[in-house]
Write a protein of this length. Structure first.
Length: 401
């Protein structure tokens, strides 16, 4: 299940990095392909140059100008999408490159004809992708106005349609840019929260260990000193101090083991979330409740149900061959009292074994120790596991979690 989570997280991270600055050659190639798809709008200039309607010198100049235009455009979008805007040194350089892009588009349109008006779409995209928002909101309409004026001067009749395209794509790119920035900031915030949570957990562990061992170790040190002073003249009293040291150290060991067990205790809500991820990753149609009501359930009972869910989901994923799995958490009143019941049912074969495996045997022992019950076996269309743990008096019975 941990591997499935890691693969899912890695897939999400790859999708998120498309808009970010590449960190290696592989990410750079992925981003270049994503940007290069949109060069399809250059089909008109390519067709115009390949048609032979210009002189050889004009065609050569056209290819050279188009190559320069595409190179500047790719450099702008590739280098600046996903980067922060507060770079005062780079802003004049970016502005100069966008100005060069606009001049190239204007010159190519005026010299080679209206088929090149689509270049202003890329000028608009570069403004939205590379400039700060407050600047892009002015330069995108300026690019549209320049395109409209150029088209009217060339006698093009569909200039209005292209103007709408220039404006829509340019402002859409500002939205994409904001989404990229938000995604980057969200990823940074998630990393910060994870780091803070880890620091808080370390501090809590340090506090608990200090509270558990501080008094015991101080007492052991004091009695060791007393035993050392009593040993030459009062061996009987020294032996009593040594016996006290042994008792205190044993109790400290018990306290540490209980604390570690508490830290390692699985939580049912965490296991439910993990079960959803694991079953989905395995191609199983999963129906899992989100937040169970654990009122009246002892910590030992909750951890036992969490172990039961983990074992059941592992069996579904690895052995059952199921395509559907349903998990329910219910409060149920039985003749033996009130219980919190975990039910895991699938439509698979239940595995190839003829009897309960080691996992179910160990799970039955856990439940018996917690005062619970285990039922597992084949049903009409699959396999079902039911684990119950007792509720403390006063628990609300009969409501579905």
């Amino acid at each position: 299940m941990t591997e499935d989570r890691a693969r899912e997280e890695d897939r999400v991270q790859r999708l998120m990095r498309i808009g970010d600055s590449p960190r290696n050659a592989r990410e750079g190639l992925r981003k270049a392909l994503w940007i290069g798809i949109w060069l399809v709008f250059l089909s008109e200039p390519f067709h115009d140059l390949a048609s032979g309607s210009h002189t050889p010198a004009g065609t050569a100049a056209g290819w050279l100008g188009l190559a320069a235009f595409v190179g500047v455009y790719l450099a702008l979008v590739f280098r600046n999408m996903g980067r922060p805007e507060n770079r005062p040194v780079a802003l004049p350089v970016v502005g100069g490159l966008i100005g060069t892009l606009g001049v190239l588009a204007l010159v190519l349109c005026l010299t080679l004809g209206g088929a090149w008006l689509g270049l202003f779409v890329y000028v608009s995209v570069a403004c939205g992708a590379a400039l700060p928002l407050r600047v892009a909101y002015w330069t995108i309409p300026a690019a549209g106005a320049a395109m409209a004026a150029t088209g009217w001067s060339l006698g093009e009749t569909d200039t209005w349609q292209l103007l709408v395209l220039v404006l829509l794509i340019g402002f859409a790119m500002t939205g994409v840019k904001q989404l990229v920035h938000t995604t980057i900031e969200l990823r940074k915030a998630r990393a910060t929260v994870a780091q803070l949570a880890a620091n808080e957990e370390r501090l809590r562990l340090a506090r608990d260990l200090h509270d558990l061992l501080g008094h015991s170790l101080s007492l052991i040190t004091l009695k060791s000193e007393l035993a050392g002073r009593m040993l030459p003249g009062h061996p009987d009293q020294a032996a009593q101090q040594v016996a006290d040291i042994e008792q205190v150290s044993r109790q400290a060991l018990v306290d540490v083991r209980e604390a570690v067990t508490g830290y390692r205790r699985p939580r049912l809500s965490d296991e439910l979330a993990g079960a959803q991820v694991a079953l989905t990753a395995a191609g199983v149609d999963a129906h899992v409740p989100a937040e169970p009501d654990l009122g009246g359930v002892a910590d030992e009972g909750e951890s036992t149900l969490a172990w039961a869910l983990r074992e059941a989901v592992t069996n579904v994923v690895r052995h059952s061959g199921a395509s559907r799995c349903t998990v329910d958490v219910l409060r149920r009143q039985t003749l033996d009292g009130a219980f919190l019941e975990l039910s895991v049912e699938d439509n698979g074969s239940g595995g190839s074994g003829t009897g309960p495996g080691n996992g179910l045997t160990g799970l039955a022992e856990r439940l018996e120790k917690a005062g619970g019950q285990l039922e597992a076996g084949r049903v009409k269309r699959g396999f079902r596991l039911i684990a119950r743990v007792p509720l403390t008096p006063g628990g609300d019975v009969g409501s579905r979690a």
